[in-house]
Design a protein around this ligand. Structure first.
Ligand code: ZN
Length: 157
C-alpha cells in the first residue's frame, strides 16, 4: 500500500516509477509470464512436474535431483523464480540458509555450491543450491578441477 501511494505521488508529480511487489516466499510475477510456465523448477514448485520432495519451507523446496551423483545429492530451490544466484541477493540468501539445514543434518563434508550461467555449468536457469555429500575417494571431481581442463593439460606440456 505504501509503495502504491508513493508510486501514485511520483506519477502525479511527473516522475516515472515502476512498482514491483516482492515477497520472498511467493512466486515473482514476471513481466514475461511464460518464464514460470517454461521453467521445470517452477513446475515442481507448482506441483505440475514430478519430483521427490525431501523438505518444504514457505520459501523453498529441497528435492532429490534426477540422476543425482550420490545418495545424498539434494537441490534446494527457492519457490520464487530467479534465474540464478546474482539476480536477487535476498532470494539467494534465503535459499542458502535453507540449504544449510539439510547440510547440517548430513553432518559430513559436502559441496554446497551454485552456478551462474550455462558456461558455468548451470543447467536449469532457476536458482538452485546443490548439496553433494563427499567422502574420500568418491571420484567426484569438481568441474574446474585442473586435471580435467584442456587448457591446464595443454599448459602443462
Ligand atoms: Zn523457475
Amino acid at each position: 500500500m505504501v509503495a502504491e501511494a508513493i508510486g501514485a505521488w511520483l506519477a502525479e508529480n511527473g516522475a516515472t516509477a515502476g512498482i514491483e511487489h516482492r515477497h520472498i516466499g511467493r512466486p515473482l510475477i514476471h513481466r514475461d509470464p511464460t518464464v514460470s510456465e517454461r521453467c521445470v523448477f517452477c513446475q515442481i514448485v507448482a506441483g505440475t512436474a514430478p519430483a521427490t520432495v525431501l523438505r518444504e519451507w514457505d520459501d523453498a523446496l529441497a528435492i532429490r535431483p534426477r540422476g543425482g551423483v550420490n545418495a545424498g545429492h539434494t537441490l534446494v530451490i527457492p519457490r520464487r523464480h530467479v534465474d540464478n544466484a546474482i539476480v536477487d541477493p535476498a532470494v539467494t540468501a534465503t535459499a542458502m540458509a535453507r540449504a544449510a539445514e539439510p547440510g547440517a543434518e548430513l553432518d559430513c563434508h559436502l559441496d554446497l555450491i551454485t552456478s551462474v550461467g550455462a558456461l558455468a555449468i548451470q543447467t536449469v536457469m532457476h536458482l538452485h543450491i546443490p548439496l553433494v555429500p563427499r567422502e574420500a575417494g568418491d571420484g567426484l571431481p569438481l568441474p574446474w578441477t585442473p586435471q580435467q581442463t584442456t587448457k591446464t593439460a595443454g599448459a602443462a606440456r
